[in-house]
Write a protein that binds this ligand. Structure first.
Ligand SMILES: Cc1cc2nc3c(=O)[nH]c(=O)nc-3n(C[C@H](O)[C@H](O)[C@H](O)COP(=O)(O)OP(=O)(O)OC[C@H]3O[C@@H](n4cnc5c(N)ncnc54)[C@H](O)[C@@H]3O)c2cc1C
Length: 235
């Protein structure tokens, strides 16, 4: 699967698909609008808010830990393969890829989809893609997530919808019903139940100590990157 766009949305979809073993590549042009946010005060889980560039770094780190590959480049073209079994894509840097699934998570950029017939582009000053509630477009294997799928312009909404699109792809790819739950040791097996697909049982302390160390380290200092201004204000 290829995710075009590696902001909060694209990375959220990628975390879900990569965690379930789907080969996932994120191609990102590096212009996430999160770089312009001052401080995210409404992203659940951070009671005093979180630096938006720090959140972007944490999401990238999480996607890579899940097994996702990331490259910084711009996708210039996506086309359906002749036999309609997938897509071929090309980046500005000359990389080519073939894939069964594409997720467009590019906020309002749609130029790379110009070569695909049957994508409903909605133009309201900004461009959107016509999708159903789960992010499926009119073209099999092509999905659009977050702002592009007309979701509200809030980081958690974009993340949530894109995670849902990731799970939708797993369903469409015939993966077994999928939870992605991490449960207490013996939570299922003590009740003589098989572990459902995508579930794990862990020791109480198994990951907590690592999580504490990672978060303490990532939040020791202020994030080094400055907040970016709107491009129209750049000299
Ligand atoms: C000033 C400002 C303050 C904000 N404050 C808040 C706030 O406090 N709380 C809140 O919830 N939301 C806030 N938002 C909104 C929030 O930032 C966005 O809703 C959210 O970041 C959208 O995520 P995204 O992944 O869709 O977009 P982005 O994070 O912009 O990611 C899209 C990515 O796609 C890449 N891309 C585009 N085209 C291509 C291509 N062809 N090939 C490869 N990559 C491509 C871009 O480079 C970019 O990295 C704010 C926005 C702004 C501008």
């Amino acid at each position: 699967m290829v995710v075009v766009g590696g902001g909060v949305a694209g990375l959220s979809a990628a975390i879900f698909t990569a965690r379930h073993g789907l080969d996932t590549l994120v191609v990102d042009a590096g212009q996430s609008i999160l770089r312009r946010n001052a401080h995210l005060e409404n992203f659940p889980g951070f009671p005093a808010g979180v630096n938006a560039r720090q959140l972007l770094d944490l999401l990238s780190e999480q996607a890579e830990a899940a097994g996702c590959e990331r490259i910084e480049d711009t996708v210039v073209r996506v086309e359906e393969s002749d036999d309609r079994s997938g897509f071929a894509g090309e980046t500005e840097g000359g990389e080519r890829y073939r894939t069964e699934y594409v997720v467009a998570a590019t906020k309002n950029e749609v130029g790379h989809l110009d070569g695909i017939e049957g994508v409903g582009i909605i133009d309201r000053g900004k461009a959107f893609v016509d999708t159903n509630e789960r992010g499926r477009t009119g073209v099999d294997g092509l999905y659009a997530a977050d702002r592009l799928a007309e979701k509200p312009h809030q980081a958690i909404v974009c993340a949530g919808h894109s995670a849902e699109v990731g799970v939708t792809i797993l369903e469409d790819d015939d993966h077994p019903f999928y939870h992605d739950w991490v449960a207490h040791k013996d939570y299922f097996t003590d009740r003589e139940r098989d572990l459902p697909p995508g579930c794990e049982e862990i020791d109480e302390d198994e990951r907590e100590s690592n999580a504490l160390a990672v978060m303490q380290d990532r939040f020791v200092d202020r994030h080094p990157d400055d907040q970016e201004t709107h491009p129209s204000l750049e000299q």
